[in-house]
Design a binder for this molecule. Structure first.
Ligand code: HEM
Length: 424
């Protein structure tokens, strides 16, 4: 993580240099920051900066007591470095020397936090901690003169909000740029995908029909001369070709209706799972992965093709990233009230906690998977397809030990539906 020293690492890419000065002057004017404010802040800096270390230590105790913030602070060396950078950063605020360089530094800090995924709320919460610490300290010092103390607090508040405004702008500019970029890619990918689906369906179905016809011809003309086992194999090849042709039609209609709200049917999840397994069987055999499926998979409310594709995507991912000598995948299920929760658990490499929430984001690929072929859209489509069935999908993972994807759909009652033999 971050062990680099203070100093420029990249330009504040989010704000044009010419604009910084003007925007800073406007902010100072809007906050009505006067020479008296500067004087007060500088006077305070003498008092407060001497307690900078004390603040930073209490602040980190606070951050470590929340999982949400502690997860950013796993590296001890980085934390020591951060404490120092933060102290200096806050100290420089009270020096009230609001130059362009000051603003650039704030934008850069905003960029750095946005990049590692620290939300604006957490950042604001941190400033809140700082304000509380300062105000308490000032109240102790100035208790004989409440009015002066209030003035101090107000000046401090103005400086703090100037800081927040400058930093948050970088957060939001970066977020908006990423969003625009992602939407653009999504739009193009959607258009490409539809075109691809139409073209491939035609290009794939023609040779498949030829294969099926050739098989039929071979059977018609030579069945008598073939050993029974050979005829059985040719028949199997013909049936596979027909099935594949049907799959292409189904996928095409599923792609075309990707943004339409579908009526839900009672779907036999057992059939959907077994069709998905049929498709990944060669890969499972190739990697010698042990797949187990819990008994009695129940019917759910959904769409047959989409449910099959969901299982197919989850299984293909688990197989693709399997990194153990004895790869294992287990499909389970459990009923909770009206819901059925399916699970696809693997013993693969796992996903780091900070990446887990983003696995369903289009084009988001784990840095360690950059070299594995893939579009970065599989899990995004999985989520879309689950949501089109009014369900939910999420993942839990333990790096090094494996990942479990959960798919929640409405359970469709069937008189003989069994309770699960065990919890997934
Ligand atoms: C008063 C609020 C805060 C201030 C003044 C502050 C200040 C800073 C500064 C000056 C840097 C160095 C930026 C650079 O590399 O140029 C930094 C980076 C960082 N801060 Fe903060 N910070 C604050 C709140 C937080 C919070 C609440 C967290 C998370 C729990 C956090 C986690 C980090 C991390 C992980 C980095 C390293 C980013 C990277 O590697 O690029 N900070 N912070």
């Amino acid at each position: 993580m971050n062990t680099r020293p203070e100093g420029p690492r990249r330009p504040a890419a989010t704000v044009l240099p010419g604009e910084i000065k003007r925007s800073l002057e406007e902010r100072l004017a809007f906050l009505a920051i006067s020479p008296a404010d500067r004087e007060r802040l500088r006077a305070m800096s003498e008092m407060l900066n001497s307690r900078g270390k004390e603040f930073v230590e209490s602040f980190y105790r606070h951050l470590f007591s929340f999982e949400e913030t502690a997860r950013f602070l796993q590296d001890t060396a980085m934390v020591a470095n951060l404490k120092e950078m933060q102290r200096l950063h806050l100290e420089s605020m009270l020096e009230a020397d609001w130059t362009e360089a000051y603003a650039v530094r704030r934008y850069r800090v905003g960029d750095a936090h946005a990049e590692v995924g620290i939300s604006p709320e957490i950042f604001l919460g941190a400033y809140n901690q700082y304000l509380q610490f300062c105000v308490r300290h000032l109240a102790e010092t100035f208790d004989e003169s409440v009015r002066e103390c209030a003035e101090q607090v107000l000046s401090l508040q103005k400086a703090v909000f100037l800081d927040i405004g400058l930093t948050l702008e970088a957060y939001f500019t970066q977020a908006t740029q990423s969003l625009r970029h992602a939407l653009d890619l999504l739009y193009r990918a959607n258009a490409d995908l539809r075109q691809f689906a139409q073209l491939t369906s035609h290009d794939l179905k023609t040779p498949l029909a030829t294969v099926a016809n050739l098989c039929d011809e071979a059977l018609d003309e030579f069945r008598g001369q073939m050993p029974a086992e050979a005829a059985r194999l040719v028949e199997a090849a013909r049936n596979r070709a027909f099935r594949m042709s049907e799959t292409i039609d189904e996928l095409l209609s599923s792609t075309m209706s990707i943004d339409q709200d579908q009526a839900l049917d009672v779907v036999e999840s057992e059939a959907a799972v077994s069709e998905a397994i049929d498709r990944v069987r060669p890969l499972l055999d190739q990697k010698a992965i042990d797949l187990t499926v819990a008994e009695g998979l129940p019917p759910v409310l959904g769409d047959r093709v989409r449910l099959r594709e969901v299982f197919y995507n989850l299984l293909s991912n688990a197989i693709k990233f399997s990194d153990k000598r004895k790869g294992r995948i287990r499909i389970g299920w459990v009923l909770r009230d009206d819901d059925c929760i399916f699970s696809v658990a693997d013993n693969g490499p796992g996903i780091p906690a900070e990446e887990l929430a983003r696995v369903f984001v289009p084009f988001r690929r784990l840095p360690v998977h950059r070299d594995v072929p893939g579009s970065g859209l599989g899990l995004y489509f999985t989520k879309t397809m689950v949501e089109q069935q009014h369900g939910r999908v999420w993942a839990e993972s333990e790096p090094g030990a494996g990942t479990t994807f959960y798919v929640l759909l409405k359970h469709a009652t069937r008189p003989n539906a069994k309770r699960p033999p065990d919890q997934p």
